[in-house]
Design a binder for this molecule. Structure first.
Ligand code: MG
Length: 377
């Protein structure tokens, strides 16, 4: 029996066991094996409308213009998304410019060399990680679809082991915060944004309607005085806060280490960490890291970050930007490896163009669809 007929015999969706090309337990189907090259890369901007004005210590917004990409080859389409963030000098325009630079790379690429191709994408320019993330999500979505496996299965991860996800409450007037907290009733953990002034007022408003719910807080680099910061943390601990995300500017590593030595609850790095390279130096000042695929330039680097963080005994959180189900479902593929999930970006928008991972009883529930598991509505 030749190779093609062997695969026909084992059946359309079934794969024989074995190891080929470094993927344990999987023999690649004939149609994706070989050296054929060339992927078509297209992009499109979609305006995502926020349910409420979104305010954090840094800025406010009512909508986000995210850039969606499609990678096509052999009738299979991989989908990706970029959520550009001004904090990292990204805009819709700079994202599109970066994606355009990748067109010739993909026109000559074999997607089965996805690890090498991932590194090629990272080399396009120094930063612009949201654009590179869109390309990596689309590439891995294509790979999963061509192997006929959800990505979490391709990576050997148990989809039932993911943690509860938190729901974020942005900075606002007490009346609005109370309403947002009531609306967040189905979610079992809240992440409250602080660092822009009346931190106590924000927590008091949340606690007035959710007296016992676990709360995490995100300062978004908003505290710049370490003595005041430790007093705020002590007050937050009395109000049942579990951990503090990015209390001080990422550049204030020495002050953050001082704070960490005195804080009774964990400090989690967010803006201070983008990729695997950043992690070792943070281990002395933080107890954990918030990995976001938009910062890491995609799923492949996020996976490398998880292994490094685990080796340094750091807690691992997966967070997100304001984004559609494409980004959230992609990041959720890694959720069984992490301690804390904050994957609610798609829940904060009112016109999600895609369907993917669901939140049921506060928990991320992955589906069995191939790749990142999303469909366009
Ligand atoms: Mg954060």
């Amino acid at each position: 029996m030749d190779r093609r007929n062997f695969f026909k015999t084992v059946g359309g969706g079934m794969l024989a066991s074995g190891t080929i090309l470094g993927v344990p337990g999987i023999v690649q189907p004939e149609k994706v094996y070989g050296s054929s090259k060339g992927m078509k890369l297209t992009y499109e901007v979609k305006k995502l409308q926020l349910r409420n004005t979104w305010t954090i210590a840094r800025n406010s917004s009512n909508f986000k213009n995210n850039v969606f990409v499609k990678l096509e080859k052999d009738g299979i389409i991989g989908i990706g998304e970029a959520a550009p963030n001004i904090r990292y000098n990204e805009s819709t325009e700079s994202t599109i410019d970066t994606i355009k630079k990748a067109i010739p790379i993909f026109n000559n690429a074999n997607p089965n060399d996805f690890v090498e191709l991932g590194y090629e994408i990272k080399k396009i320019c120094k930063d612009q990680t949201a654009a590179k993330c869109a390309l990596d999500i689309a590439l891995m979505d294509w790979v999963g679809k061509s192997y006929q496996l959800p990505l979490h299965k391709l990576w050997g991860l148990n989809p039932k082991k993911g943690p509860l996800t938190s729901f974020s409450i942005g900075i606002d007037k007490p009346k609005v915060v109370i309403q947002k907290t009531k609306d967040a009733e189905p979610y079992k953990i809240l992440k409250v944004k602080l660092g822009k002034g009346d931190d106590e007022g924000m927590i008091k408003a949340v606690r007035s309607v959710a007296p016992n719910k676990p709360i995490r807080v995100d300062i978004n680099e908003g505290w710049t005085d370490k003595e005041k910061a430790i007093k705020k943390i002590e007050w937050l601990v009395k109000n049942g806060v579990e951990f503090v995300e990015q209390p001080m500017p990422s550049s204030m590593l020495k002050e953050t280490r001082w704070l960490r030595d005195r804080s009774p609850i964990p400090l989690i790095a967010d803006e201070a960490v983008k990729n695997a390279h950043d992690i070792p130096k943070l281990a002395e000042a933080y107890d954990g890291i918030n990995i976001k695929i938009m910062k890491s330039a995609g799923l492949q680097e996020a996976l490398r970050m998880i292994w490094i963080a685990k080796s340094l005994n750091l807690k691992i959180m997966i967070g997100c930007m304001i984004a559609s189900s494409v980004s959230i479902s992609a990041a959720a593929q890694l959720s069984s490896l992490i301690d804390y999930a904050d994957l609610d970006g798609n829940l904060l928008i009112s016109n999600d163009p895609f369907l993917g991972v669901k939140v049921i009883d506060g928990r991320l529930v992955l589906n069995d669809k191939f790749g990142i598991g999303v469909n366009e509505i």
